[in-house]
Design a protein around this ligand. Structure first.
Ligand SMILES: O=C(O)C(=O)CO
Length: 264
């Protein structure tokens, strides 16, 4: 298989401090990494950003993907994009994220949509999301990068569960802002756990898939630890002409370095 893999350093190599993970990925034989937002704040100090950029540069790996600031992820937040009261923070974060991307040649930014909140109606949240995604796409477009919209599982109030949910949002953004650079993040684990028909999504929407991530289910561990037909789905992506990266976004069932044997 010619598929290219990128290692998600927010869920793999967590045995190590964050800044040591890119070098560990390189030692494990990979040349690409992706991260969830790696800082506590939407706008971190310049020194923190410099240290992050240096860790990736010095490791000799490519940053292929970075999540925008998504709130308190361990506390249950899953993005600020559709959260009216925190829209300002998302917008403050846009330039910082794209700035990091520009320094490292990062091609994709994941804009987690955000949970439903009690302080706003769903329709208002969806309006705000379209605006914020339009702005994000314009910012990413300035460096030739794409913004990703991702269906996610495991968060009770996250409204994008299936590929169709995310594609409907992308359609709205593209109609309102005429931005070509917004695409589906097809995380095959999240889609399967949410009951989507992953084979059909690949067959029907491969041209709208801008990034793929994988983990097996149940458990969200490496491929082969669960029951998902991931090898067949990766083959289908390759046969269908998908040339992007495959993000390894799983919790290793052993140590991270011992979790790569499933690759063909
Ligand atoms: O929150 C998650 O599970 C994600 O996949 C974020 O990108």
């Amino acid at each position: 298989m010619m598929l290219r893999y990128t290692v998600n350093c927010s869920i793999l190599f967590t045995e190590l401090p964050l800044l040591e993970r890119p070098a560990a990925v390189r030692r494990a034989g990979f040349d690409a990494v992706e991260f969830w937002w790696p800082f506590a704040e939407a706008v971190p100090a310049d020194a923190e950003i410099d240290a992050f950029v240096r860790a990736i540069d010095d490791a000799g790996v490519q940053l292929t993907g970075l999540n925008f600031f998504a709130g308190d992820m361990p506390g249950g937040d899953r993005g600020l994009v559709s959260w009216p009261k925190r829209s300002g923070e998302f917008r403050d974060n846009l330039d910082v994220t794209v700035g990091i991307g520009e320094r490292l040649g990062c091609g994709a930014f994941n804009a987690l949509y955000g949970n439903r909140v009690d302080s706003a109606q769903p329709a208002e949240q969806d309006e705000v999301a379209v605006e914020n995604l339009g702005l994000a796409a314009q910012a990413a477009g300035r460096i030739g990068s794409v913004v990703l919209v991702e269906p996610v599982s495991g968060a009770e109030r996250y409204p994008l569960l299936t590929a169709a949910d995310a594609l409907a949002v992308i359609d709205r953004v593209q109609a309102a802002y005429d931005v070509p650079n917004v695409g589906l993040l097809a995380d095959l684990y999240h889609l399967a756990v949410n009951g989507d028909d992953v084979d059909r999504v690949i067959a029907q929407h491969i041209d709208r898939i801008a990034h793929v991530q994988i983990a097996d289910a149940p458990g969200r561990h490496e491929p082969g630890t669960g029951t998902l037909p991931l090898q067949a789905q990766l083959s289908a992506l390759e046969a269908g002409g998908y040339t992007g990266f495959i993000g390894l976004e799983y919790k290793p069932s052993t140590t991270s370095v011992d979790s790569f044997d499933w690759r063909i």
